[in-house]
Design a protein around this ligand. Structure first.
Ligand SMILES: [Zn+2]
Length: 332
C-alpha cells in the first residue's frame, strides 16, 4: 500500500539531468534522513524527469489528472524499479553511493529493509495508519517499537494531509512519548499534492504546513528534537523564523530537492544556508520509485556552486550524524 509517503513524489516531470554522483571508487558517506519502505509495484508509473519547470492549471469541468506538473521530455529520464525490485534496487544504490538512510514505514516493512541491509538502514515509524491517516497506532504499541523494537526516529508524521496542525492536542501524547524516550520526530511540513492536492487529498491544507505551527508543540515539549521534513517549502520566511527561535529544529530537503524547478530549489537551500543555518540542513530524498533519484539528488548538492566543500559535507552527512547522535564510526 502506498501509505506514509508524500504525494509530492509521484510526479512525471522534466529537465535535464545534471552530472550524477561520485566517480571515486568509495564515495564519501552520505546520510539520507528521509526514505520510505514501500513494498509495492508501480504499474503505469512513467519515467520521470526531476526538477520540473512548472505546474499547469486544470479545469474542474473535465476529468483532472492527479499530477499537475507539465509534461516535458528530458534525457535521460529516470526509470521506475521493476516489479518486485524496489527494495533491492534502492539498497543497491545505497551500497554503490555509500548511503545510510533513515527508512520510514510500518514496522514490518521497515524491518524487512533492516534485515536486508542492517548497516545501511536506520529504522523509523510513526503513529498514523493509512494515507491520509484514518487510524492511530496505540501509544503502548509505539512505545514498544522504540524501547524494544529498535526504532530510532518517529516519522514520517503527515498530519498536514489530515488538515491538522502538528500542535493539535489530539496527537500530543505521541510527541510527549518521543520527548520522554528522547527519540527525534520527523514531521511533514510544507510541500504536497504535486499541484493537485485539491483533487487527490482534499483534507490537505497548505496552511497546516506552516513551520511556525510547530512553536506551540516545541513550547510544550522543550526537549523535543524536530526534523522539519521538506524544510517547510516554500515558506522560507517562516522556516527561518522557527530556526532562529528554536535550536532543536533541523530541516531536510527531501522531495523538494528533485521536485521543483532547479533554480527555485537552489535558491531555497541557499536561503537556509545564507540565513545562518548551514549546520541544520540535512540531505534527504523521499520515496525512490525511480531508484537513480538518489544519485541525482546527491548531485544537486554536489553541484551547488553556492556551497563550500565543507558545507556540502555537512549537508550530506555531518548535520544528520549530529541530529541522530550517530557514533562517528557508524556508516563510514
Ligand atoms: Zn513528506
Amino acid at each position: 500500500m502506498l501509505s506514509r509517503f508524500c504525494l509530492v513524489a509521484l510526479i512525471t516531470a522534466t529537465s535535464a539531468l545534471s552530472q550524477a554522483q561520485n566517480t571515486s571508487p568509495k564515495p564519501e558517506p552520505v546520510l539520507d534522513v528521509h526514505v520510505h519502505a514501500m513494498d509495492a509495484d508501480f504499474p503505469g508509473i512513467a519515467p520521470m524527469c526531476p526538477n520540473t519547470s512548472k505546474f499547469i492549471a486544470s479545469d474542474p469541468k473535465g476529468k483532472e489528472e492527479p499530477f499537475g506538473w507539465v509534461k516535458e521530455p528530458c534525457t535521460p529520464a529516470l526509470y521506475p524499479a521493476a516489479k518486485g525490485e524496489y527494495m533491492k534496487d534502492v539498497l543497491a544504490e545505497m551500497e554503490r553511493l555509500n548511503v545510510t538512510a533513515v527508512v520510514f514505514g510500518d514496522p514490518k516493512s521497515v524491518q524487512k529493509w533492516k534485515d536486508a541491509a542492517p548497516a545501511r538502514v536506520i529504522p523509523g515509524t510513526a503513529f498514523e495508519v493509512g494515507f491520509p491517516a484514518n487510524q492511530r497506532v496505540p501509544l503502548d504499541e509505539l512505545r514498544k517499537d522504540f524501547t524494544t523494537g529498535g526504532f530510532k526516529v518517529m516519522g514520517e508524521i503527515g498530519l498536514q494531509y489530515e488538515g491538522l496542525s502538528p500542535s493539535d492536542p489530539s496527537v500530543d501524547q505521541y510527541f510527549a512519548l518521543a520527548e520522554e524516550l528522547d527519540i527525534p520526530v520527523a514531521i511533514h511540513m510544507g510541500t504536497g499534492g504535486s499541484g493537485r492536492a485539491n483533487i487527490t487529498t482534499p483534507k490537505f491544507r497548505g496552511s497546516m504546513g506552516n513551520p511556525l505551527l510547530l512553536e506551540d508543540l516545541l513550547a510544550r515539549h522543550p526537549k523535543l528534537r524536530v526534523q522539519v521534513m521538506h524544510a517547510g517549502y516554500p515558506m522560507i520566511e517562516e522556516m527561518l523564523t522557527l530556526l532562529q527561535a528554536n535550536s532543536h529544529v533541523y530541516v531536510d530537503v527531501a522531495g523538494l530537492i528533485w521536485s521543483y524547478p532547479i533554480k527555485e530549489v537552489n535558491r531555497y537551500i541557499e536561503r537556509l544556508v545564507e540565513g545562518g543555518f548551514e549546520d541544520r540542513v540535512m540531505f534527504g530524498t523521499d520515496q525512490l520509485i525511480w531508484p537513480k533519484l538518489m544519485a541525482y539528488s546527491i548531485s544537486v548538492i554536489q553541484n551547488a556552486d553556492y556551497l563550500t566543500t565543507e558545507e556540502k559535507r555537512d549537508i550530506l552527512y555531518n548535520n544528520a550524524a549530529r541530529f541522530l547522535r550517530l557514533d562517528n564510526k557508524q556508516a563510514k
